[in-house]
Design a protein around this ligand. Structure first.
Ligand code: PXG
Length: 469
C-alpha cells in the first residue's frame, strides 16, 4: 500500500460498528471508498465485485445517476417537511407509486425508516387493528424459528435467532413461534423449492396454536417468504399457501416481511407475487430506495386501513404511531426514481431470467470440502458449511474479499445475493472465486480458520492507524 493511500485512513476508534466483532474488524478493517454498477472500490483501490448487493439492498446496482439527481434536487427544493399533522406532495406520490407496485389490495402505505421499524410498525398495526375492530383479546403475536425481523424489541420478540435475543432480556410477552422449514437431512442440495413436507409443516402451526393458545387470541403471524438472514431458507411447496389458509380460517392477520424478498430478489416484484400468496400486510425496506436513503414501508390491506377510519372517533388520531423521518422528502424522491428504474429496466424479469444460471453456478460447488448444503431461489444462493460456529464461513468470506469478491457470511452460511444488474460472466466470477476460497480454506486445515492470515494489507493499515491516533 502506498503512503498516499495510508494517509486516507480514518481514525477507527470512535465508531461502534454494528453487528461486527469490533476489535477484530479494527485490526483488519474492510472499508469501501466508492461504488459503481456491480463493484465496490476498496480503500486500497481494488475493485471488489459486489456479490451481496450491499446488504441485499442495492438491486439496481450502485451509483445510479437517476437516483442521485432526484435526491439532490429534492434536497435543494424541500429538505424537510414536518411528518405529523402536515406533509408534502411527494409523500403521497411515493405512496401511490408503491401501492401500484404492491400485490393487489395492499394499497395503503405507512412509511418508516428501516426494515426493523417496518416490522414493529406492522406488529403494532395488527394489535391496534383487532382492538379497533372490536377484538381486543386478539393480542398474541406469532413468529418463526430463525426468523429475522430486525433488531427492535418487537422484531427480536417474533424473530427466532437466539444470538440476536439472548443479551436483551425478555422483550415482548405473548409471543410464540412456529418451526422453521429447513430440513437438510431430507432436502440437502435441492435446486429451488423443496417439494416435500410443506403442507404438513404448515398444518403443525394450526395444531400447535389450537393446543397452546386458542386461535381467537392470536393477532398475527409474521414470516419472511424466504428466510434471508438465518441462511437462505426456501419454503417447501405449498407451505405459504397453507399458512395463508389457516390464518384466514382463524381470523389471524398474515404479515410477510419482504425486506429481503421485495423488489425483484426472487424474480418477481415480491415473494407474495412469486408464491402467489397475498398477506394482509407486507413490510419492506432496503430496495425501496435502492439502499441509498434509509426508508421502510408497511403496505396494508385496504380493509385494515378502513377499519381504523371507520371505527375511530372523528378527529382522533387513528394510529398513534410514526417517526420524525416518516416519508422524508429525499427518501420519497429515491423511491420514485428507483421505481422508474425498475419499470424501465424490468429488473424483476431480469432476475427471473438469470435465476437458473445462478442456480447451476451455485450448485457447481457441490462436492467441495466443507460444503454441507446449497440452497437457491431467484437471485439468491446459500452455501452452508459443516458446523464450525461460523469459523469456516468467516474465513471463506475473508478469503473472497482478498480475491476481490464481497460475500455475506451468517453463522455457517455464505449468502450470495448480487445486484439484479449482475451479468452472467460476473455470476461465473462469484462462484469461481468462492470455489477457490473454499478450497484454500479447507486445504489449510485448522490454520485456515485463523483470521490473522487474511488481508495482510488491511492489517498493516490498521497497525499504521494505531500509531497515528
Ligand atoms: N426484516 C428482514 C426480513 C430483514 O432481512 C430487517 C427486517 C431489518 O431491516 P433493517 O433495515 O432495520 O436492518 C431485515 C434486515 C444479512 C443481513 O446479510 C440482513 C439484514 C440486515 C443486515 C444484514 O443477513 N436484514
Amino acid at each position: 500500500m502506498s503512503k498516499s493511500e495510508q494517509a486516507e485512513l480514518p481514525n477507527l476508534s470512535h465508531y461502534w460498528v454494528p453487528f461486527t466483532a469490533n476489535r477484530q474488524f479494527k485490526a483488519m478493517p474492510r472499508l469501501f471508498k466508492a461504488a459503481k454498477g456491480n463493484y465496490y472500490t476498496s480503500m486500497d483501490g481494488r475493485q471488489i465485485l459486489d456479490g451481496t448487493a450491499g446488504l441485499w439492498c442495492v438491486p439496481a446496482g450502485h451509483g445510479r445517476e437517476e437516483i442521485a439527481v432526484a435526491v439532490a434536487n429534492q434536497l435543494r427544493t424541500l429538505d424537510y417537511a414536518p411528518a405529523f399533522q402536515s406533509s408534502h406532495p411527494l409523500a403521497f406520490e411515493a405512496a401511490t407509486r408503491l401501492a401500484a407496485y404492491m400485490p393487489t389490495g395492499l394499497d395503503r402505505i405507512f412509511f418508516t425508516n428501516s426494515g426493523s421499524e417496518s416490522a414493529d410498525t406492522a406488529l403494532k398495526i395488527a394489535l391496534a387493528y383487532h382492538r379497533v375492530a372490536g377484538n381486543p383479546l386478539r393480542n398474541k403475536l406469532i413468529g418463526r424459528e430463525r426468523g429475522y425481523h430486525g433488531v427492535n424489541f418487537g422484531g427480536i420478540s417474533v424473530g427466532g435467532i437466539a444470538g440476536n435475543r439472548k443479551a436483551f432480556g425478555n422483550a415482548l410477552s405473548g409471543v410464540d413461534h412456529i418451526r422453521h422449514p429447513l430440513d437438510i437431512e431430507k432436502n440437502a442440495f435441492t435446486k429451488g423449492i423443496p417439494q416435500d413436507g410443506g403442507i404438513a409443516l404448515a398444518n403443525e402451526f394450526e395444531q400447535r396454536m389450537l393446543t397452546l393458545h386458542d386461535p381467537s387470541t392470536i393477532a398475527a403471524l409474521i414470516v419472511e417468504p424466504m428466510q434471508g438472514s438465518a441462511g437462505v431458507i426456501v419454503p417447501p411447496a405449498g407451505y405459504l399457501k397453507r399458512l395463508r389458509e389457516i390464518c384466514t380460517k382463524h381470523g389471524i392477520l398474515l404479515i410477510f416481511d419482504e425486506v429481503i424478498t421485495g423488489f425483484g430478489r426472487l424474480g418477481a416484484k415480491f415473494g407474495a407475487d412469486y408464491f402467489d400468496v397475498i398477506p394482509d400486510m407486507l413490510t419492506c425496506a432496503k430496495g425501496l430506495t435502492n439502499g441509498v436513503v434509509p426508508m421502510g414501508a408497511v403496505a396494508v390491506k385496504r380493509e385494515i386501513y378502513d377499519a381504523f377510519m371507520q371505527n375511530s372517533a372523528v378527529g382522533s388520531i387513528e394510529l398513534p404511531h410514526g417517526y420524525t423521518y416518516s416519508a422524508i422528502p429525499i427518501a420519497c424522491a429515491a423511491v420514485i426514481a428507483t421505481q422508474d428504474i425498475f419499470a424501465a429496466e424490468k429488473l424483476e424479469a431480469r432476475a427471473a431470467g438469470l435465476s437458473t444460471y445462478l442456480e447451476s453456478a451455485a450448485h457447481s460447488l457441490k462436492g467441495l470440502p466443507m460444503v454441507k448444503d446449497i440452497r437457491n431461489i431467484g437471485l439468491v444462493a446459500g452455501i452452508e458449511f459443516e458446523a464450525k460456529a461460523g469459523a469456516s464461513a468467516f474465513a471463506v468470506y475473508l478469503k473472497c474479499y482478498e480475491l476481490g469478491l464481497h460475500v455475506r457470511y451468517t453463522g455457517d452460511i455464505i449468502a450470495i445475493s448480487p445486484p439484479l444488474t449482475i451479468e452472467k460472466h460476473e455470476i461465473d466470477r462469484i462462484f469461481n472465486t468462492l470455489a477457490d476460497a473454499i478450497k484454500y480454506v479447507a486445504s489449510q486445515g485448522e490454520a485456515g480458520l485463523d483470521v490473522s492470515r487474511y488481508l495482510k494489507n488491511e492489517q498493516q493499515w490498521a497497525l499504521h492507524q494505531q500509531h497515528t491516533i
